[in-house]
Write a protein that binds this ligand. Structure first.
Ligand code: ADP
Ligand code: MG
Length: 479
């Protein structure tokens, strides 16, 4: 099929607002803000006239340009109008992806290039793939993950997870950086990164990660889904979760140990936070909190919620001060690389063996790559997992399960972490520092959650709001 640039532009402008991962749906004037930066037509023996194309799209917001990556199959309707279809579940896209990644290939695009990186080069081999079966995974909020089963002629099928990162930036991406690092270390508690796909807008210019390929963990489910199921359907569900919380604490300690490299020039070397660094972290937290306070002030809410949020807002100065003092008070613990977006949905459990593994080292997608790769306190991860236990108890109660406080699970999680981490350079040597950091980072996370829920999920506002109210009433987010 031959499509003109104008036809493509029109079709893309109509299609993008229907895509879950397209974060600018409500921005007016999509057509004028959109530009096609680059593209590549993938080889397709079955339907060459409607071959999949990977489009690199630029979208101008009022502040910056966001780059999106979209594999698309174009067709025409009865009137001849060009239509876009998401091609991330097309066999042809994944055959191409496996070939490029598993064979370390470089392929030119119209302006730049795509390049495969195989993490374990010993695997470099003739692909021998007869057929692929692909099925979607996860909620596809900002990325698109797919389970791929590659059937071979001689050996048993191989299973992979391909994740397409929908938003592109040049520079080192933590998902492929940490994945490569942990695969080289042979850290067993994460699905091994098999390889990744790099895109460079210019042939010889700097690139960035657009997709990753991991080993698939058969029979696994997220620890969030597993825990909800335990609470909803098993009489001993909460007792079982006590054991799980302890396992997560141990796993988290092992993850932080694994994220340390003793080579002082490495991006994974621990650092002692300087006054400047602590100040910069505190400023970033307070600036972010201020944005959330502004969003919450302007939000249209029911009168009871409005009243409660106004109560919290009336204490915003003291909350900002609490954030600042938690991060700038003198530290004995080093800053290290952390997971960065740690919650129960980022742990896979295989219910039969009860083995748990950490996934998704991407960090918080709305932050810059530089911010996500910054070394920080391990309490960034410990606090966000603690908040996840609070969400879990809230959600279980909402679906009819007896009310449970998350505090017991959090305590068990933190005690198990401490058992493994005592004496580690990243673990504070005194209780006062530990409590200050836990409270500071939990406060930061609860403020982030408030902003998110006000914007996207008003039904969930109560979770962070209750946590902030607890902080104001008792000085702690736990009860
Ligand atoms: N290696 C894996 N094996 C099996 N399922 C996986 C694997 N990696 C991810 N998944 C599934 O895909 C979902 C999304 O994966 P994740 O990497 O967290 O993507 P996202 O960036 O969209 O959060 C997970 O919740 C899980 O259900
Ligand atoms: Mg995830």
């Amino acid at each position: 099929m031959h499509e003109t640039a104008t036809e493509k532009h029109n079709a893309l402008s109509t299609w993008l607002p229907q895509c879950r991962w397209f974060s600018q749906k409500t921005t007016p004037g999509i057509k004028h803000r959109l530009r096609c930066i680059d593209s590549i037509v993938l080889p397709d023996r079955k339907t060459p006239s409607e071959a999949v194309q990977i489009e690199i799209l630029g979208f101008h917001t009022d502040i910056a340009e966001i780059t999106y990556v979209a594999p698309i199959r174009y067709t025409r309707d009865q009137d001849g109008t060009l239509l876009c279809h998401d091609a991330t579940q097309d066999e042809c896209f994944h055959v191409w992806l496996l070939e490029v990644v598993l064979q370390n290939k470089t392929v030119p695009t119209s302006c730049g290039r795509l390049r495969g990186h195989l993490t374990q080069t010993t695997l470099l081999h003739n692909l021998d793939i007869q057929r692929l079966a692909v099925s979607p995974l996860g909620a596809n909020a900002s990325n698109t993950s797919t389970h791929i089963r590659a059937f071979k002629s001689v050996t048993a099928p191989t299973d992979y997870v391909a994740k397409l990162l929908r938003t592109f930036s040049t520079g080192t991406h933590p998902e492929s950086e940490i994945g490569t690092y942990l695969a080289q270390k042979k850290w067993p508690n994460t699905p091994a990164l098999v390889g990744w796909l790099e895109y460079s807008p210019q042939r010889d210019g700097q690139g960035g990660t657009v997709a990753t390929l991991h080993k698939f963990i058969p029979g696994s489910t997220s620890l969030w889904d597993f825990s909800i199921d335990q609470l909803a359907h098993y009489r001993l569900g909460f007792s079982n979760l006590r054991a799980t919380a302890a396992e997560v604490g141990k796993l988290t300690a092992e993850m932080h140990q694994a994220l340390i490299d003793t080579d002082s020039s490495s991006a994974f070397a621990p650092i002692a936070p300087t006054v400047l660094e602590s100040e910069a972290s505190a400023n970033a937290m307070v600036d972010h909190a201020q944005n959330v306070w502004n969003t919450a002030k302007a939000a249209q809410l029911s009168p009871p919620l409005r009243h409660r949020i106004d109560q919290v807002l009336s204490h915003y100065v003291s909350i900002n001060d609490a954030l600042r003092s938690a991060v700038t008070s003198p530290h004995t613990a080093a800053y290290i690389r952390v997971h960065g977006d740690y919650h129960l949905g980022q742990i896979l459990i295989t219910p039969e063996s009860r083995r748990i593994k950490v996934i998704d080292f991407e960090g918080e997608p709305q932050k810059t790559l530089r911010e996500r790769r910054r070394r920080t306190s391990v309490y960034k991860d410990l606090a966000s997992m603690s908040r996840s236990f609070d969400y879990l108890c809230f959600q279980a109660h909402r679906t009819g399960v007896a009310q449970r406080s998350a505090t017991e699970l959090v305590r068990i999680f933190l005690e198990a972490y401490a058992m493994e981490s005592g004496g580690a350079c990243f673990y504070p040597d005194n209780e006062k520092e530990r409590m200050a950091l836990l409270n500071g980072y939990m406060l930061d996370k609860a403020i982030y959650e408030l902003g998110y829920e006000v914007h996207y999920r008003p039904d969930w506002i109560d979770v962070p709001l209750q946590a902030l109210e607890r902080h104001l009433n008792t000085g702690s987010l736990l009860n």
